[in-house]
Design a protein around this ligand. Structure first.
Ligand code: HEM
Length: 461
C-alpha cells in the first residue's frame, strides 16, 4: 500500500507564478537528474518566488533574502521541519539534531553545544591537523613527486572529513571503522536523497529495494555507533566520573537513552563529513583554476608560520578565510533547506495557509545577481574585512537551526588548506572542464575532482 500523492485535490492558487503540472510532468527526468539546473531555470523564468503545483497547501521556492530570513529566522517558530526532506533523513539518522522537528530538539542542542564551544574547538585543533596529515600522507605520500600527479582530491577530502569528525568529536581513531563508516554513510546519502526526491512516497515498511537497503544501512550505522558507545562506557571514566568532554562524553553524561545517543552520533557523522569534504573539494578546484588566489593564500599561510588554529581566521588569516567564505558562496554543500508552516503566514505579501512548504536553496540565493554583483565569478575579496554575515549568505542556514558545526567546519577547512597547500600545489589538468555539480545530500563534484597535485620544495607549516 503506498501513500500516493494524487493530483486530484487541486493546488491552492495564491497568485504566485510557477510551472504547471504539465510542465512538471515534462521536466520530471531533468528534475531528478539535475535538480539544481531545474531550480535555476524556474527562478530565471518566474522570479524570486515560485509556486510548484502540488495538491493542497502551496509549495514555494523562496529566493529573496528577505523572505528567506522571515522563514528561517524571524518567524522560525511558525516554520518546522516536518518535510519530506527531513522525514527521509530521519529514516537514516533517527530523530537526531538535524532531522528533528522538536520537541526534544532544543534539549539535545543544549547537550551537544559545549562540544562546539570555542575553547573546546581550540583543544581539538591538533586532532584536525592529525586527520589532515594522516590522509595526506596516505593518499599523496608515495606517488606525488615534484613532477605532479593526477589525484582525485574529493576522495582525499572525504577521508579527512570523516577522520576529523571521529577524532575531534568522539576522540576516536575511526580508522578501524573508517571503511565501514564511509560505505554506510555514502549509501545512506544516496538513499536519503532518493527518498527525499521521490514524488511517490512509498510506505516505510514496503519491501522495495530502497527500503531494504535503507534498513540494512540503518542497522550498519547503528551497529558502529553502538560499538563507539560500548567502547567508551567500557573505558575508565574521566576525572569527576564523567565520560569526557568531547561530544560522545557529553551525550553519555546527559542521561539520553542509548538510542538517542546513537541518533546524534549518526547525525554528526553524516552532517559533519560530507559537507566539509565537498566544500574542500570545490575550494581546491577554485584555487587550481585561479593561481593568483592560490599564490596569495600560500604566501599568507607561509608568512603565518607554525600550526594554524581552528578559530579566529578572519584576523589571523584573512585571505584564506575569505577564500573559504567565497567558495561556500559559490558551492554551498547544503543546497536545499525546507520548512513547513505550522499556522497561517504571509510570504512576500501573499497570505499562505498552515502546511505551506517553503524550499530555500542557498545555491540559488548565493547566485542572485541583485545580492551578489557578478555572482558566478570567484572573488574572495568580497569577504575581506567582513564583520558579520552578509544578507543573502547562508551556507550554514540561518536562525535557531543554524548549523551547530559551523565554526568547526570553517576551522577545519582552513586547517586542511594550510596542511595541503604549504606542501603541495594544485592545478587543473590539460583540457580541463569542471565536473558537474551533483545535488545529492550535499552538492558533490560528479565523478570526483581530478586535479594535478605537485609537491613543492619543503616550506611546510
Ligand atoms: C561546510 C560544512 C557544513 C555545511 C555547509 C553545513 C550546513 C548546514 C546547514 C545549512 C544546516 C541547517 C539546515 C536547516 O536549517 O535546515 C546545518 C545544520 C546542522 N549541521 Fe551543518 N554544515 C556543515 C558542517 C557541519 C559539521 C562539521 C557538523 C558536525 C560535526 C554539522 C552538524 C550539523 C547539525 C547537527 C545541524 C542541525 C542543527 C540544529 O538543527 O540544531 N554540520 N548544517
Amino acid at each position: 500500500m503506498s501513500a500516493t500523492r494524487s493530483w486530484a485535490s487541486k493546488p491552492l492558487d495564491i497568485g504566485v507564478p510557477g510551472p504547471t503540472p504539465l510542465d512538471m510532468a515534462r521536466e520530471l527526468r531533468s528534475i531528478r537528474a539535475d535538480p539544481l539546473s531545474f531550480l535555476s531555470a524556474v527562478t530565471e523564468q518566474y522570479g524570486d518566488l515560485v509556486a510548484f503545483p502540488v495538491p493542497g497547501a502551496p509549495a514555494l521556492l523562496l529566493n529573496d533574502p528577505v523572505d528567506v530570513r522571515h522563514v528561517l529566522q524571524t518567524s522560525a517558530r511558525n516554520w518546522g521541519k516536518q518535510t519530506i526532506q527531513y522525514a527521509a533523513l530521519s529514516r537514516v539518522t533517527g530523530p537526531g539534531l538535524l532531522a528533528s522537528s522538536e520537541p526534544n530538539w532544543i534539549e539535545h542542542r543544549r547537550v551537544a553545544a559545549p562540544a562546539f564551544h570555542h575553547q573546546r574547538l581550540e583543544a581539538v585543533a591538533d586532532q584536525v591537523r592529525a586527520a589532515a596529515d594522516a590522509a595526506i600522507a596516505e593518499r599523496l605520500g608515495g606517488d606525488v613527486a615534484a613532477g605532479g600527479a593526477l589525484v582525485d582530491v574529493a576522495a582525499l577530502t572525504h577521508r579527512i572529513g570523516l577522520d576529523a569528525v571521529g577524532r575531534a568529536l568522539f576522540s576516536t581513531d575511526l580508522s578501524g571503522h573508517a571503511q565501514r563508516l564511509l560505505d554506510a554513510t555514502s549509501d545512506a546519502a544516496t538513499l536519503v536523497y532518493r527518498l527525499g526526491r521521490s514524488v511517490l512516497q512509498t510506505a516505510a515498511w514496503a519491501p522495495t529495494p530502497t527500503n531494504l537497503r535503507l534498513r540494512s544501512t540503518y542497522r550498519r550505522l547503528d551497529a558502529i555507533s553502538a560499538d563507539l558507545v560500548a567502547q567508551r562506557r567500557g573505558g575508565r571514566p574521566a576525572a569527576g566520573g564523567s565520560h569526557g568532554d568531547d561530544l560522545l562524553g557529553l551525550l553519555l553524561d546527559s542521561g539520553m537513552s542509548d538510542a538517542e545517543i546513537r541518533h546524534e552520533l549518526v547525525t554528526m557523522v553524516i552532517a559533519g563529513h560530507e559537507t566539509v569534504a565537498a566544500a574542500l573539494a570545490w575550494t581546491l578546484m577554485l584555487l587550481a583554476e585561479d593561481q593568483a588566489v592560490q599564490d596569495r593564500l600560500r604566501a599568507e599561510l607561509t608568512q603565518h608560520g607554525g600550526p594554524v588554529s581552528l578559530m579566529g581566521h578572519r584576523e589571523t588569516l584573512p585571505w584564506t578565510r575569505a577564500v573559504v567564505d567565497e567558495s561556500l558562496r559559490l558551492f554551498p554543500p547544503a543546497w536545499a533547506l525546507s520548512r513547513r508552516s505550522r499556522g497561517e503566514d504571509v510570504i512576500a505579501g501573499h497570505p499562505v495557509p498552515a502546511g505551506t512548504l517553503a524550499i530555500i536553496s542557498p545555491w540559488l540565493v548565493h547566485r542572485r545577481s541583485e545580492s551578489w554583483p557578478d555572482p558566478l565569478t570567484f572573488r574572495p575579496d568580497r569577504f575581506l574585512g567582513a564583520t558579520g554575515t552578509p544578507p543573502g549568505y547562508l551556507p550554514f542556514g540561518q536562525g535557531p537551526r543554524l548549523c551547530i558545526g559551523r565554526e568547526f567546519a570553517l576551522g577545519e577547512m582552513v586547517v586542511v588548506l594550510s596542511r595541503l597547500l604549504t606542501t603541495y600545489q594544485v592545478d587543473v589538468p590539460d583540457g580541463w572542464s569542471r565536473p558537474r555539480a551533483e545535488a545529492k545530500v550535499a552538492v558533490h563534484p560528479h565523478g570526483g575532482m581530478p586535479l594535478v597535485v605537485t609537491r613543492l620544495g619543503r616550506t611546510g607549516s
